[in-house]
Design a protein around this ligand. Structure first.
Ligand code: SAM
Length: 223
C-alpha cells in the first residue's frame, strides 16, 4: 500500500513552504480579481462593530493598522475620525481597489502588501485591528508568528481588536479552513502578554442574507 509522508513542521522542506505561502497569495488575488467588493461573504458596508470597539479604546486620534483589510470601508471611517491609518493585506488586487475607491485620500494612508505570517516589521501602532484574518491561521506556527509580529507592533498598553468566527459559526470561509474562537481559546492563542478586557458576540449577515456567528474581543498588551 502507498504510504503518504506526513511532514512535521520542523522537517517541512523550505521550497514547499514557499509554495504553500504562494498559493495563499494566489488564492486571495484570484478572489479579488473575480469578485466585486459587495460579492464576498464578509462584505459589510458599515463596519460598526469594529468602529465601536476602536472608539472605546481610542476616543482621540491614534495610529491604527487594519490587518488583512481587504476592501473594507473601515479605513475610510478611521481617516474621517482623524486616525493615522495603515492598511495591510496579502492581496495587491484588494489594496489596488481600495486605493482607487479612496481617490486622493489614499495618499494619506500607509499601504503594506504582505503576508502577516512572514512580515518581519511593520512599524509601531497603538491599535491593531483584525476582522476575519487570524481565524485562517490553522497551524500553531503561523499563529505564533502572528503574535510575535503583533507584539513587535503594539507597545505595552496598546490594543488588539480581534474579530473571528465564533464557536458554532462557519467552519470554512472562501473555501479555506478556519479556526473558531471564544474567550478562552483566543486568550490562549494570544498568550500571556495580552489581557482580554472586553468580548462580544456578533452576527454578520452575508450579502445573500446568511447569518454568521462572529466573536469580537479587545485585548490589551500588558507585558
Ligand atoms: C475574510 S477577508 C476579511 C477582509 C476585511 N478584514 C473585512 O473585514 O472586510 C480576509 C482578508 O485577509 C487577507 N489575508 C488572508 N491571509 C492573509 C495573510 N496571511 N496576511 C495578510 N492578509 C491576509 C485576504 O486577502 C482578505 O482580504
Amino acid at each position: 500500500m502507498r504510504q503518504t509522508k506526513r511532514w512535521s513542521f520542523c522537517e517541512f522542506p523550505l521550497h514547499l513552504y514557499k509554495i504553500v505561502n504562494m498559493d495563499k497569495k494566489s488564492h486571495w488575488e484570484s478572489v479579488y480579481a473575480s469578485k466585486q467588493s459587495h460579492e464576498v461573504s464578509w462584505y459589510e458596508p458599515d463596519p460598526y462593530m469594529s468602529l465601536e470597539l476602536i472608539r472605546s479604546v481610542a476616543p482621540l486620534p491614534v495610529r491604527v493598522v487594519d490587518i488583512g483589510a481587504g476592501q473594507s470601508h473601515l479605513v475610510d471611517r478611521l481617516m474621517e475620525e482623524g486616525h493615522t491609518v495603515a492598511v495591510l493585506d496579502i492581496s495587491s488586487a484588494a489594496i489596488h481597489e481600495t486605493k482607487n475607491r479612496m481617490g486622493s485620500e489614499a495618499a494619506r494612508v500607509q499601504w503594506i502588501e504582505g503576508d502577516i505570517t512572514t512580515l518581519a516589521d511593520i512599524g509601531s501602532f497603538d491599535v491593531w485591528h483584525d476582522r476575519a484574518v487570524f481565524h485562517f491561521l490553522t497551524t500553531p506556527q503561523d499563529r505564533e508568528k502572528y503574535v510575535a509580529l503583533l507584539k513587535k507592533t503594539v507597545p505595552v498598553k496598546g490594543f488588539a481588536i480581534m474579530g473571528t468566527f465564533g464557536k458554532g459559526g462557519p467552519e470554512k470561509c472562501s473555501g479555506l479552513d478556519i479556526c473558531q474562537y471564544d474567550a478562552a481559546s483566543l486568550r490562549s492563542a494570544m498568550g500571556p502578554s495580552f489581557c482580554l478586557i472586553r468580548e462580544t458576540e456578533y452576527t454578520h449577515t452575508t450579502p445573500w442574507g446568511k447569518p454568521q456567528k462572529f466573536f469580537f474581543a479587545i485585548l490589551q498588551r500588558i507585558e
